[in-house]
Design a protein around this ligand. Structure first.
Ligand code: HEC
Ligand code: HEC
Length: 214
């Protein structure tokens, strides 16, 4: 059996290496100055001039990894007349006007801005939030957030977003959206499989804890 499998595995590696180098070639870095021009006239209304959104309903995007920002913009836009992969009436409309080069410019600009963090607000749940974040819950097969988002929530480019210092309200809303499947753009269902195991109080506790991470 291994005689048949090995060449297949080797072929798969070659194929993914080829894809990776194609992707690198096709992915020029954006121009942050051009991104700023759009940000300061359009995105500013909800995300602030530098991506530190003033209202918790709008996520902070300052200091987020450029690759993640680009992926979300593409997911909001949808391609070839298809339903966008990430559905949100506001962002689906906001991003419609921009092509991929402009999205790269925007991603470059916002990723270079300094995020202003938040504070954890609920003393009673901080310990349980931290425990869940660092260790998950083995009794129900819930993975630790830290495993993918890093010990301080800084994320791991390109796939795992930064979540530290984000508004607790937004984190909570996203976890619930992953749980009920209204957000379904996570590769390999990584977040949906986690959120589905979480109760409302767990979501609240971990969201509050993450807001205070830095
Ligand atoms: C009218 C308000 C509004 C404007 C203007 C707006 N956004 Fe948003 N943005 C939102 C909201 C609300 C969300 C959260 C969507 C959700 O809950 O899924 C969001 C989410 C995002 C996200 C995903 C963040 C994450 O952490 O996943 C990105 C990226 C983004 N916006 C970029 C932009 C860019 C770039 C512009 C300017 C071209 C822009 N937005 C303009 C309201 C706005
Ligand atoms: C197996 C890896 C993995 C684990 C473990 C994990 N995440 Fe994630 N998470 C991801 C990936 C990948 C994404 C990006 C999804 C996408 O591309 O849209 C994400 C996205 C998110 C987002 C959305 C960020 C944004 O800006 O919209 C939040 C919030 C989040 N995770 C919170 C958590 C919490 C809380 C835990 C622990 C209970 C956790 N994650 C555990 C992989 C993981």
């Amino acid at each position: 059996m291994t005689r048949f499998l090995l060449p297949l595995i080797a072929a798969a590696f070659v194929a993914s290496a080829a894809n990776a180098s194609d992707a690198a070639k096709a992915a020029p870095k954006g121009n942050p100055a051009k991104g700023q021009a759009i940000a300061s006239t359009v995105c500013i209304a909800c995300h602030g001039p530098d991506g530190n959104s003033p209202a918790p309903a709008n996520p902070k995007i300052a200091g987020q990894h450029a690759d993640y920002l680009l992926k979300q913009m593409k997911n909001f836009k949808g391609a070839d007349g298809k339903q966008p992969e990430r559905v949100n009436a506001i962002m689906n409309g906001m991003i419609a006007a921009y092509d991929e080069a402009q999205m790269r410019d925007l991603a470059a600009y916002f990723s270079m801005q300094q995020q202003k963090g938040e504070q954890a607000r609920n003393r009673e749940t901080i310990e349980s939030g931290q425990k869940l974040y660092r260790a998950g819950d083995k009794s129900k097969g819930l993975a630790a957030c830290a495993a993918c988002h890093g010990p301080a929530g800084a994320g791991i480019p390109a796939q795992y977003p930064r979540i530290q210092g984000q508004y607790a309200e937004y984190i909570e809303a996203q976890l619930k959206a992953f749980r009920d499947g209204t957000r379904a753009n996570d590769p390999a269902k990584m977040m949906r499989m986690i959120a589905i195991k979480m109760t409302d109080p767990e979501i609240k506790a971990v969201s509050d804890y993450i807001a205070g991470l830095r």
